[in-house]
Ligand binder design. Structure first.
Ligand code: C2O
Ligand code: CU
Ligand code: CU
Length: 512
């Protein structure tokens, strides 16, 4: 056991006293390799960028090569940087053997270029959407979104990061040197088998609570080490896991500052001790390595309160440890005197306060149906023609002989049904809640603010503009619909546990 590990365990028991669950490590980390920097495409300079979806192979956690998918590389894709106020010509080539789409998650564009399941790109085809970048700076991401196999294909690697930049971050006093003091961290968990293979093999239990891995990858590797300057460093975190909620903190409990949520900056950095980041969410943190020195970012064990362990055991899933109560080392940071220090003080102002919200044009209740399958049937849900689900019915999961499906407001997703019609330029009040579990809920082409969480205060993670929120109990949102979506290219709203999405917990809305 290394010194570093002992330090972590000491820190961990301090956290356990503070009320967390006991820490259990279930696997050994290889000695840290340098954090891979993802390649960067600057669309701003030419107003254009190109992505090539390709098939490749990747060896995870020192194991045997596993077939993977990626954009312009074997696994994951480049960071695409877009400038506010530009029109960008994107070009996506599908060099794989399956249908893909490329959804720009968090990019506020109209439905026809959103990359939803309606923007299918068949093998060998090219898709050329024109993207109007009207929003302010934010860390977004892109991923394939073909109904019925989003989970497998995102897990296998068809995901990347988008950064919108307005050129004013230096004025704000934020770190801006890509890969030095402005570092992208894509978190994706993998289930690495004994021979090192990390294929996507979904069990019934995975279908029910989402596919959880046994190791966390950061930019494709386990337990990397990032060299950082002795100053303030910006970490752009993206949770690209299918189902894992991360509860991130430094092992020594140092304060971290939250600078941005999904849709951009908070008015000023907010000090937090830990960051909950659920699938689809992003956050930007500022960490002062001058005062605190080397550090280890960990994902803490946590209780989601949705009985994942119970479900796994009751549903005949693998008798493994409850994967939510396992702690993971995520990335360690080593301060390097050789790296230039650009920012030494926390910025005091990043953005305007959120404006007063107008009266909502409509109030809707969105119930995420996760109970139908728990009662051994569909619980009265409208299957809307399973054909509409466009899934491999042959190998779809069964529970007591019934297909497992999820829904929203009693309807299983159907590509040919429009569920909601929203007025362009309106704000709506949406109250979101699951029946049994918490779900990360996402809306395409819109941004929202969280105005209520169960009955407690809104947590810092939800205090800014968002496009994805963990509905644990009930959350109330004010959603701004400022971008058009027709019935041919509607916006999706769905649970971002990708297994739930693929099995029907998704709906479609038009804005016009
Ligand atoms: Cu990140 Cu509809 O997805
Ligand atoms: Cu999206
Ligand atoms: Cu869900």
């Amino acid at each position: 056991m290394s010194v570093r590990r002992r330090d972590f365990l000491a820190g961990a028991s301090a956290l356990a006293i503070a009320g967390f669950l006991p820490i259990r490590f279930s696997f050994a980390q290889p000695a840290g390799e340098e954090l891979p920097r993802l390649p960067v495409l600057h669309a701003g300079e030419r107003g254009a960028f190109r992505l090539d979806a390709v098939m490749g192979e990747t060896a995870f956690a020192g194991g045997a090569p596993t077939p993977t998918l990626g954009f312009s590389q074997p696994y994951l894709g480049p960071i695409v940087r877009l400038n506010t106020g530009t029109t960008v010509q994107a070009e996506v080539h599908n060099g794989t053997n399956r249908d893909i789409s490329v959804h720009w998650h968090g990019l506020l564009v109209s439905g026809d270029v959103d990359g939803s399941p309606h923007n299918l790109i068949r093998p060998g085809e090219v898709w050329q959407p024109e993207l109007d970048i009207t929003q302010g700076p934010a860390t977004l991401w892109y991923h394939t979104h073909v109904h019925g196999h989003t989970a497998e294909d995102v897990y296998t690697g068809l995901a990347g990061v988008l950064i919108v930049d307005d050129g004013r971050d230096d004025d704000r006093g934020l770190p801006t040197t890509e890969g030095v003091d402005d570092i992208v961290l894509v978190l994706q968990d993998k289930r690495v088998g004994p021979e090192g293979s990390a294929r996507y093999e979904r069990t019934l239990a995975d279908a029910l609570h989402g596919f959880l891995g046994n190791t966390i990858l950061v930019n494709g590797v386990t337990g990397p080490v990032a060299s950082v300057p002795a100053g303030i460093v910006r970490l752009r975190l993206v949770n690209a896991s299918n189902a894992r909620n991360d509860d991130l903190a430094f092992d020594d409990g140092r304060p971290i500052h939250l600078a941005a949520t999904d849709q951009g900056y908070l008015p000023a950095p907010v000090e937090i001790g830990r960051l909950r980041l659920t699938p689809g969410e992003r956050a930007e943190l500022l960490v002062d390595f001058a005062s605190a020195g080397d550090g280890l970012l960990v994902s803490l064990p946590h209780d989601e309160g949705h009985g994942a362990g119970m479900m796994m055991h009751d549903m005949g899933g693998p008798q493994q440890e409850d994967p939510f109560t396992t702690a993971f080392e995520v990335v360690s940071f080593r301060v390097s005197d050789g790296l230039p220090v650009a920012v030494t003080e926390l910025p005091s102002k990043l953005a305007e306060e959120l404006p007063e919200a107008g009266e909502p044009a409509a109030s809707r209740r969105i119930t995420l149906n996760d109970m139908g399958m728990m009662t051994g049937g569909m619980g009265g849900m409208n299957m809307g023609g399973m054909g509409g689900m466009n899934m491999n019915d042959a190998d779809g999961p069964l529970l007591d002989g019934q297909p497992v499906a999820f829904g929203i407001n009693g309807n299983v997703f159907d590509m040919s049904r429009i569920d909601l019609e929203v007025g362009l330029g309106t704000t709506e009040r949406w109250t979101i809640g699951g029946e049994m579990m918490g779900h990360p809920f996402h809306i395409h082409g819109a941004r929202f603010r969280v105005v209520r969480e169960h009955d407690g205060p809104v947590r810092p993670e939800n205090s800014g503009w968002k496009d994805t929120v963990f509905a644990d109990g009930e959350v109330e949102l004010l959603v701004e619909f400022a971008h058009r979506a027709s019935a041919d290219f509607p916006f999706m709203y769905h649970c971002h546990v990708l297994e739930h999405e693929d099995l029907g917990m998704m709906g479609q809305l038009t804005v016009g």
